[in-house]
Design a protein around this ligand. Structure first.
Ligand code: FAD
Length: 122
């Protein structure tokens, strides 16, 4: 099992894990992976240098919920269930469905996944 903050394996401390395979209590999203990457990389380097892993992942995740054609509720939050906003349009009202979130989900994230992440380019 991986520590949900340091992303270091609890039994085998020379293993660092992130992303969908990590088994930590966040949504399996590239949004979460984006925040996990620097934490995992820094802690891996610390371990390789014989130091304690000190970087902590706060559990940031984003759950884009499609509610209709043209409408998405983009929920961004951390382990403490605090809103953690990363897009300017969320400043409007994160509790409401937004067309900008629909554009992000359909026209940016979908091609990014199929043509970028699966091919290893993103
Ligand atoms: C249709 C769809 C829509 C999504 N929409 C969103 C969204 O709107 N927002 C969002 O944040 N997230 C979204 N996600 C989730 C997001 O894409 C994943 O959480 C993210 O890709 C996980 O990244 P990962 O690197 O952990 O795993 P993956 O992207 O699955 O990468 C794992 C890689 O390992 C490779 N692999 C597997 N087995 C082996 C092996 N034995 N040897 C070598 N390589 C191997 C695979 O080919 C793959 O390239 C969506 C996913 C899907 C499928």
């Amino acid at each position: 099992m991986v520590d949900k903050e340091t992303l270091v394996h609890k039994t085998y401390p020379n293993i660092v894990s992130l992303g969908d395979v990590a088994g930590i209590p966040t949504s399996k999203t590239s949004a979460a992976v984006r925040k996990q990457v620097p934490i995992a990389a820094k802690n891996l380097i610390s371990l390789m240098e014989g130091k304690e892993p000190e970087e902590k992942y706060d559990g940031y995740a984003a759950c884009p919920i499609v509610t209709d054609y043209g409408h998405v509720l983009l929920c961004e939050f951390n382990y403490k269930k605090e809103p953690e906003i990363s897009f300017p349009f969320n400043l409007i009202d994160t509790s409401k469905e937004q067309r900008a979130a629909w554009w992000l989900k359909v026209h940016i994230l979908k091609p990014m996944y199929f043509y970028g992440m699966l091919n290893g380019f993103a």
